[in-house]
Design a protein around this ligand. Sequence first.
Ligand code: MG
Length: 363
Amino acid sequence: MKRRTFFQSAAAVPLAGALKGATAPSLETRIVRLKLEHTWTTTMSSSEYRDTLYAAYTRDGITGHGEGAPIVRYKEDAASAQKAVDSVRALLLAAPPLEFAKTMNQVFGRVPGEWAAKAAIDIALMDWVGQKLGIPLYSYFGLDPKDTPLTTFSIGIDTPEITRQKTREAEAYPVLKVKVGLATDEPTIEAVRSVTHKPLRVDANEGWKDKEEAVRKINWLEKQGVEFIEQPLAADRIEDTRWIRSRVHMPIIADEACQHASDIPKLREAYDGVNIKLDKSGGLLEAYRMIQIAKALGMKTMLGCMVSSSVSVTAAAHLSPLVDYADLDGNLLIANDPFRGVRVEKGKLVLPSRPGLGLTPVG
Ligand code: MG
């Protein structure tokens, strides 16, 4: 089935269900190829498309949509994610849907790894629950949609000329996130700064190898109006990161070093904050727990995303009233988003007020 046909049929399910009365619950999955507007380069990879896993959970005439972006670093791909969802389909279809937290605990217990698959399941269940209760997910979590933060717009690694062009194209976004971590860091930042004076946040994606060089670069970045640095060294170099932190003023945020709630306490001495992503945590419930733990430890909180459609980005955005920083632009980087959900107005995340995620299919 083509992507568009799948989404149209998924969107048509509530009507069909209502007309036919009670139908058997279903859980469909599809691997969807998202085309990038620009070739996307970080220290980890370079690509023109990304495959993510979609899940549609239908019950009582309501369809909940979920998505997870598999992360190569955690040895996942779209096919392994799809297989993981298939392995718990019987459990999910038999479980009472309003016992979603119990069900997700069972899924976490049964499926090793495969965090993107878990995220797709969790998001689909939570979208369904929100729709069933008739409330948007931010209300389910007790949040005020007016409290959403600004989101950054990300600039991938490229030549100075294309970096200038991308920076100009990002004019509507008041804060930018710039990818560094290769030998071209200074020319990249100078290219951005030749076009704009707006605040920047910088992500090294574990790209720097030498701690003294990291200190020099961070102190140089501070003079360039950079607000914080994300993941300067490899995730396992916690002691070296603590050493850097004691020599710079700029906050240091953990991304690759922080996948789950259990990672957070040990990061406290080396990092000022954590970047939480649904694709790493395994969904909204675990991400919510991580935000609360980080806050309790006095750390800054950030919600990030992978290259994804509006399904996953909107899910994360529903938790964003809780966090200090948002980097929720994965859907803005693609050319074929199958849904509309969260919007960005002058950089601020604007949440849909419809029940659940509040998604509408495109086309
Ligand atoms: Mg990052």
